[in-house]
Unconditional design. Structure first.
Length: 477
């Protein structure tokens, strides 16, 4: 059976690149009827943190995709050591007692190196004696040398890859404290969990040669590898929190009011091209159309600016997904953001307001600014000059509001009747719609730019509209 895994290391927040890797694994599994495994690679105890674990799980749960099985590497250390010992017993690893190397994963103090002759050629008897005496050591893989062996694999994205074994260093399997390295733990778990396809970032491409050697030494069949192009900033540098700030964290998008399905849609378009050449895709469409053949080799650029942290395509997709939601679904998504802004919105009232603001918001968080006047008893202060129509004066604004108050006192309070009554009043006053409606809009909404006036007044109700217009008239006096 097809089995894929997402294996984050809890040493930081959930990076957007990691989120895309998770999504591509999930889509590949669902498209092919396979199993999605989540494995927390938490063997780097010095860098792990509970905050990172929390951030990763919060981000993944917000995406709303889920997974089928869950593991923690720290609970599987016995397996890792067992695999390392088996490789050592076959003579395919050796103990490195060199203090400068002890605890190092891949490099010596002098920089990159291929192997340590003094330790590699140490007899088994001498190695056992020194280990028994209590000397610390790192366990290193004995990479084949001198026979011209070529390591090769076919990557599902980048095609055939080759490298001389002589160019691969004797990498560590166990550190001097007995903890497994990333290479050992990852391969041991992949083999034990029967992972059939490893889909991960292109920055792991060079690691694959070491992993092929571990799978072979452990007597396990190597999975199929597929490496994904990197996500880069507009200047071509790899996305990182240090260089680019919170825009690279998944929770930044969540907190700004992105819909998870819109965010997934956006990430999928970074490094993958659907055959239908469409940008707006639902989760069902993404699942149906996703293939590894559609993954590009070129790095994908996330276009953002210092003053505008979100890629314009991400913003556009979010607005499109917002408009695609039903009123009931969108209202439910908006409610937490209104509550966070301190607005007391009832479910019934929000259901009335949502259709009026749906076309006006790009993020869920925009709802509080677009609709706050629906949910407050008293409008925030506004400039009374905004009540005066262009080329008009305060006297004209008072006259318009006074006439509007009289009309609203008797008209049927639905948007169709209100529009007809106020347009008739404008005709009586010899005014066009613009000058007539501006003072009314500012009076009832507290701003010039607001949702459709007559539908807004219907939702606010007669009493609120009359009270706000009375306050506006008073401000003009």
């Amino acid at each position: 059976m097809l089995r894929v895994r997402f294996a984050p290391s809890p040493t930081g927040f959930l990076h957007v690149g990691s989120a895309r890797t998770f999504i591509f694994n999930w889509l590949y599994a669902r498209h092919n009827g396979g199993t999605m495994v989540l494995r927390l690679d938490d063997t780097d105890v010095e860098r792990n943190s509970d905050a990172s674990v929390t951030s990763i799980f919060e981000g993944l749960r917000w995406l709303g995709l889920g997974w089928d099985e869950e593991y923690k590497q720290s609970e599987r250390l016995g397996l890792h050591r067992q695999v390392a010992e088996a490789i050592f017993a076959r003579g395919m690893a050796y103990r490195d007692f060199t203090p400068a190397h002890a605890g190092e994963s891949d490099k010596s103090a002098q920089g990159a190196w291929l192997f340590n002759p003094g330790m590699r050629e140490l007899s088994r008897e001498e190695s056992d004696r020194r280990a028994a005496s209590g000397e610390t050591f790192a366990l290193r893989f004995r990479v084949p040398r001198g026979d011209g062996r070529v390591l090769r694999f076919v990557d599902a994205v980048y095609g055939e890859q080759t490298k001389l074994a002589d160019e691969v260093e004797d990498f560590a399997l166990l550190r001097s404290d007995g903890m497994p390295t990333y290479h050992l733990a990852s391969c041991a778990d992949d083999a034990d969990l029967r992972i059939s396809h490893i889909i991960r970032g292109q920055d792991h491409l060079s690691n694959t040669y070491k992993h092929l050697l571990i799978f072979e030494a452990a007597g396990a069949e190597a999975p199929t590898f597929a490496h994904l192009p990197l996500l880069v900033a507009p200047d071509g540098t790899k996305l990182s929190k240090r260089r680019h700030g919170p825009v690279v964290s998944v929770t930044t998008y969540r907190d700004a009011g992105f819909l998870p399905e819109a965010f997934v849609n956006f990430l999928c378009l970074l490094g993958w091209s659907p055959k239908n050449d469409r940008d707006f895709l639902t989760m069902a469409e993404l699942t149906e159309t996703f293939t590894l053949e559609g993954v590009n080799r070129a790095n994908a650029v996330v276009n953002f600016k210092e003053e505008d942290p979100f890629d314009p395509k991400a913003v556009w997709l979010n607005a499109e997904h917002i408009r695609a939601l039903s009123v009931e679904e969108l209202a439910g998504r908006l409610m937490p953001f209104l509550q966070e802004a301190g607005l007391a919105a009832s479910v019934e009232k929000l259901a009335q307001v949502t259709p009026l603001i749906r076309e006006r918001i790009k993020f869920l968080k925009d709802a509080s600014a677009a609709a706050d006047f629906f949910f407050v008893e008293q409008l925030p202060p506004y400039d009374s000059l905004d009540l005066i129509p262009q080329k008009g004066d305060a006297a004209q604004a008072r006259a318009i509001l006074t006439e509007a108050s009289a009309v609203l006192g008797t008209a049927a309070f639905d948007h169709t009747a209100l529009e007809a009554a106020l347009r008739e009043a404008a005709g009586r006053m010899g005014l066009k719609a613009g000058p007539m409606f501006q003072p009314i809009r500012v009076a009832v909404c507290g701003r010039k730019n607001a949702p459709p006036l007559f539908e807004t007044m219907e939702v606010l109700g007669r009493e609120v509209c009359l009270e706000r217009i009375a306050q506006a008239i008073a401000s003009l006096k």
